[in-house]
Ligand binder design. Structure first.
Ligand code: GUN
Length: 290
């Protein structure tokens, strides 16, 4: 039997209805819709598309969005000055600095400069620290999207063995932290695999849930998973004019019990969690000023 398709677009649409209601409530209480400001430096076409999609999603859910575009030759000092200006701007709830930045700008001091209360990407060390201590303020968008996909598919996470393939700052590491914590959408036994893991397939074959997040197109093959498992594909690699995931979808979907496609899987969920974080940022600032 072919696998059930985990439709990220549809789950995202359901979550967006609630986010739109929450955004409207913030607006009715403060007079302002939650406001996301995205910063795009340079003219990388893929980044421009991502940022545009984030803005469209804001518009559809009743959030305010602003895009600040800076030229490719912007210096680190100039970008830092902009971040500080946005930190101080009381009309801005969430700040997103689109990555990657041009080569001459070190992203670390820039991301560290974003106010932790406006850090809707959850990249700031204070927010990563809170997450690792099991008392998150924001949840990082892609891991939160993966977790919500599992929840909304009715997958029971507690007690299950989740194998996360990939240890990135953005996805693998924070997702592992989230799923091993206490809670109804967590309490998993988590294994992280990476490029140096010995006999990776032997490990993935012990999983109940496999999350592929290492950025290697179609790396996870059908013989690497047990029949009936849940597979979430976080990969997005451009191959020609197509976006390809980290899972060999055609073959793996004949073995898995449920699988998320690329595109239409994790991508729409990531954007949705960004909206949720922006509403949360607005609420945090409301309660600060009470
Ligand atoms: N570039 C690719 N993914 C992301 C993301 O989640 N946040 C930001 N800021 N930039 C990205």
């Amino acid at each position: 039997m072919p696998a059930r398709i985990i439709d990220g677009k549809q789950i995202a649409a359901t979550l967006k209805e609630q986010i739109a209601r929450d955004a409207a409530q913030v607006k009715s209480q403060t007079g302002h819709a939650p406001h996301l400001t995205a910063v795009l430096v340079g003219d990388d076409p893929a980044s421009a598309v991502y940022v545009r999609n984030k803005q469209l999603a804001c518009e559809k859910t009743g959030l305010q969005s602003t895009l600040v575009r800076l030229p490719a030759e912007t210096t680190g000092a100039e970008l830092l000055a902009l971040v500080n200006q946005l930190n101080a701007d009381r009309s801005v709830d969430g700040i997103l600095v689109q990555l990657p930045l041009p080569r001459q700008i070190d992203p670390v001091p820039i991301l560290d400069a974003v106010s932790p209360l406006k850090d809707v990407d959850c990249f700031h060390p204070e927010n990563v620290g809170l997450l690792s201590q099991g008392r998150p303020r924001f949840l990082p968008c892609t891991p939160a999207g993966v977790q919500q996909m599992l929840v909304h598919t009715g997958v029971s996470i507690p007690g299950s063995h989740v194998v996360v393939v990939g240890r990135s700052d953005l996805v693998g590491r924070p997702l592992a932290l989230m799923l091993m914590q206490k809670g109804p959408a967590a309490d998993a036994t988590v294994t992280i695999c990476h490029s140096r893991t010995r006999d990776l397939a032997a490990v993935t074959r012990t999983a109940d849930i496999v999350v592929a997040a290492m950025g290697k197109p179609q790396f996870i093959k059908a013989d690497m998973i047990r029949p009936g498992v849940v597979v979430i594909d976080v990969g997005t690699t451009r191959v020609g004019d197509k976006i390809v995931g980290d899972v060999d979808f055609a073959k793996v979907s004949e073995v898995a019990g449920a699988i998320s496609p690329v595109p239409g899987g994790v991508g729409p969920m990531t954007i949705t969690m960004l909206l949720a974080n922006t509403v949360l940022a607005a609420k945090l600032r409301m309660s600060e000023h009470e």
